[in-house]
Design a protein around this ligand. Structure first.
Ligand SMILES: [Zn+2]
Ligand SMILES: [Zn+2]
Length: 236
């Protein structure tokens, strides 16, 4: 495998996953595209991961108000902006599945606090089977597989089902998003979730309603804690 990969790498040089420029080193982003991406770095809220304007420590105002937070920690690699949007869209809709390892590496770095705190199982947000048929792959599952390899944490693809078909979340905003995904998920194998620290994986966190809805059924099934890790996040 290594030999053939080497031959293939020589024939197909690594390219920037955003603009397609041939790169001299490993596959990833060219310096130009790298500089355009707004990576989320410290300082940020230790719980929700929202970046701080000024160097502060401790929980953000929103997290201080929440007595029983659903998520232990939430992290994302970068902000969802006009510059970073094409990276996600090409990965999600245009078969750029070979971008998964590069995106997962960014997520692995962004999720360092989560892996340090300890995770038992990685769970990708599932697609409804009708959408999986149409798209042929689940982008969150691809990211989860790469993250499993990078972190050594087991990935569980089958315990959570999306049993209700939902309209794409981009068609809605605010509370309509919450309603759209309501009761969309079901835990098929609660015994594989009970007592476990779960890391939920998705490509983009917008309002968080999809991740929250999925987390609720995992909590009901006995998950000890739930963290979320996404490639991008919408922040205002
Ligand atoms: Zn580029
Ligand atoms: Zn916070």
């Amino acid at each position: 495998m290594g030999f053939w990969k080497h031959i293939l790498d020589c024939l197909l040089p690594p390219r920037c996953i955003a603009c397609g420029t041939v790169l001299s080193g490993e596959q990833g982003l060219c310096p130009d595209c790298f500089n355009k991406i707004d990576f989320i770095g410290a300082p940020y809220c230790p719980r929700c991961g929202r970046p701080y304007e000024n160097a502060t420590q401790g929980l953000c105002g929103q997290c201080l108000k929440e007595k029983h937070p659903l998520f232990r920690m939430s992290r994302s690699a970068y902000r969802y902006t006009d510059a970073s949007k094409p990276l996600i869209l090409s990965f999600k809709f245009y078969d750029k599945t070979d971008n998964a390892p590069v995106l997962a590496q960014m997520m692995h770095r962004a999720g360092a606090d989560i892996f340090k705190a300890g995770v038992d199982v990685i769970v990708p947000i599932p697609l409804h089977f009708s959408r999986l048929l149409k798209r042929r792959y689940n982008q969150s599952a691809l990211l989860a597989r790469c993250l499993g390899k990078l972190s050594g944490v087991k990935v569980n693809y089958t315990s959570v089902l999306r049993h209700r078909h939902t309209r794409p979340q981009v068609e809605f905003s605010g509370h309509a998003r919450v309603k759209n995904v309501k009761d969309a998920f079901r835990v098929k194998h609660p015994e594989r979730i009970k007592g476990k620290r779960i890391l939920l994986i998705d490509d983009v966190m917008t309002t968080g309603s999809t991740l929250r809805e999925c987390a609720l059924v995992l909590k009901k099934a006995g998950a000890v804690s739930i963290d979320t890790l996404t490639v991008a996040r919408v922040l205002d």
